[in-house]
Design a protein. Structure first.
Length: 573
């Protein structure tokens, strides 16, 4: 995800309209991602409004639209290196800084991320902005998890010149090839999942959500939207409509587009054929996942067309100074917001304080990063590029000579294969080692807890940390796993005070009878007045799974795994 150009005069010829309303619209989408992540901590058991995935898809479509609007007719083959460096200079500084912030504030040193690998290799891949290109485990959400979309955007930038340059009539064929490759890949992955033959290291969910090839159609649709508008001479609005009647008509267009988008989303979420596709396992789990995150690809062009060509009441608000400023810091807001949410979640706050402070601190941090990091670093990198342009041309020419030689090709493919082999090394050995450590330190009465037809909890560890209570669980998944886990935080009477968000994707990605480790930190605000923690499995269709253990409660469906009061306090130096 990148920020809309806030000052087009730095990049293109004069006379091009600055689409201020689209700049403001970016913050609306960034706020949707923020709210989606916030509600996961506020209401972990009831996720009513999963709008984060569709909002990211909107960013991808809008990115293709804006880049085409800015560079169509101005980008040439000679200008491609400068274009790519310019786009990289906009992305990398903030990604690097936000990843370092996640390492510092979230204590996510390599090897400690719940649900991810957080290896040195995944950290290197993140700094190189390649982590979404490699669907290995949970690399795409390691460290600063939202940054996977930045890696995907970088892939879009590499393909943008290939899609844009050349005769316009070939663009349709290029876009068709993009769709065929993406959906063909999706069908292939779905068949692998159904046959249970996907490699252990491959995360099929990461393929659908983050893999650039799967998301490239969204970027291409954004490009097509801009080209269609120019083909039919659609106006690009730069100011409010001059007449009241036109202003009212434009306002109705904008309201209609928003209502259309919301209505279609509600229909997908709650009823009808689209809802069936959204939730049906018969349809295919990966197909349903794609519909959740990318289904708006067919709707967002309407929204972008309306706000790019009309200027009613909503467009005026988005194009105001405040709206444009919020849009300009939306990139920084997007990258920093989840770090703020996770860090504040460990503080003793009520839900309203948690929501308000998360937003205000994320907004302030975004403004600071935009002023201190994003703009100065971008300008400095561009200045370096200008001074080193001759050197870069010589380096490019050298790469061309190497690429033309057979030795160069063999060298490139050999290095690629070597790096791929090192990065795709099995993760199972690491899992087995961590599981063994957990089992050895687990009290006898908590070893090998069997949840009928779901999983075996082989061991569990607890410790108090500054942020709350850390729980590590060693699991062995059953072949017939079908229910979702729940973790209840209860008082002494058994009343449920809250539920902990759990990494359900861990079970989905591991094969039956495979060992893996789950780690979670219960924040202080959840355990402050609690007495114990209990664990179980439940689904709406099948109900609760029976716990094959004499100490089970809730009619044998929930097992008490931790007495909070008995856990030692943190030793202070």
């Amino acid at each position: 995800m990148t920020r809309v150009e806030s000052n087009l005069s730095n990049n293109i010829k004069s006379g091009v309209v600055h689409l201020r309303s689209l700049t403001g619209l970016r913050f609306v989408a960034a706020f949707a991602v923020f709210y989606s992540h916030l509600q996961y901590f506020l209401f972990p058991e009831v996720r009513q409004f999963p709008i984060g995935g569709p909002a990211v898809a909107f960013f991808f479509v809008l990115s293709g639209f804006i880049l085409t609007y800015v560079y169509d007719g101005r980008l040439t083959a000679k200008k491609v290196p400068k274009f790519l460096f310019t786009r990289w200079a906009r992305l990398w500084p903030l990604l690097f800084v936000s990843t370092c912030i996640s390492l510092i504030f979230l204590n996510e040193s390599p090897g400690t991320h719940p649900g991810g690998s957080n290896s040195i290799s995944s950290l290197l891949a993140q700094f190189l902005m390649l982590h979404s290109w490699l669907p290995i485990g949970f690399w795409f959400v390691d460290f600063n998890s939202v940054s996977w979309s930045i890696s995907t955007e970088l892939f879009f930038y590499l393909f943008f010149p290939l899609l844009l340059l050349g005769r316009r009539k070939f663009f349709v064929w290029k876009l068709l090839i993009v769709f065929v490759v993406a959906f063909g890949f999706l069908m292939w992955m779905q068949n692998l999942v159904r046959a249970n033959s996907a490699p252990q290291w491959l995360n099929e969910v990461a393929v659908v959500i983050a893999f650039p090839v799967m998301r490239l159609p969204e970027f291409g649709v954004g490009m097509a939207t801009c080209m269609v508008m120019r083909r039919f001479n659609a106006p690009f609005a730069s100011s409010p409509a001059p007449h009241l009647s036109r202003f009212l008509v434009d306002s109705l267009w904008e309201l209609g587009a928003v209502v259309f988008l919301i209505t279609l989303w509600l229909a997908t979420m709650y009823s009808g054929f689209l809802h069936y596709l959204y939730v049906s396992e018969d349809f295919g789990r990966l197909y349903s996942t794609w519909l959740r995150v990318s289904g708006g690809i067919f709707v967002y062009p309407v929204l972008i067309y309306v706000f790019a060509s009309r200027r009613g009441i909503l467009g005026m608000l988005l194009a105001s100074r405040l709206g444009v400023w919020l849009g300009e810091i939306s990139f920084a807001f997007y990258l920093i917001h989840q770090i703020v949410i996770v860090e504040l979640n460990y503080q003793v706050l009520n839900d309203l304080q948690f929501a308000v402070f998360s937003f205000l601190i994320a907004l302030f941090s975004a403004a600071l990063l935009h002023i201190v990091i994003e703009m100065p670093c971008r300008n400095a990198l561009l200045a370096i590029f200008q001074r080193q342009n001759d050197w870069l041309s010589k380096l490019t020419a050298g790469f061309k000579r190497v690429a033309k030689s057979s030795f160069g090709m063999i060298l490139v493919f050999g290095l690629t294969f070597l790096l791929g082999f090192l990065w795709l090394r099995p993760i199972a050995d690491v899992n087995r080692t961590r599981c063994a450590e957990i089992v050895q330190s687990t009290p006898a009465h908590l070893r090998t807890l069997m949840f009928s037809e779901e999983a075996i909890l082989r061991g569990v560890q607890f410790e108090r940390v500054e942020r709350g209570i850390r729980i590590r669980m060693a699991w062995l998944r059953d072949r017939s796993w079908s229910r979702k886990r729940f973790m209840h935080i209860c008082d002494q009477d058994g009343k449920i005070l809250g539920q902990a968000p759990l990494q359900e994707k861990l079970f989905a990605r591991h094969d039956p009878n495979q060992q893996f480790v789950d780690e979670i930190v219960l924040p202080k605000r959840l355990v402050k007045n609690a007495d114990y923690v209990a664990l179980g499995f439940w689904s709406e269709e099948l109900g609760c799974a029976k716990v094959l253990n004499d100490a089970a409660e809730m009619e044998g469906c929930r097992i008490k795994i931790l007495e909070i009061r008995a856990l030692p306090e943190i030793k202070r130096p």
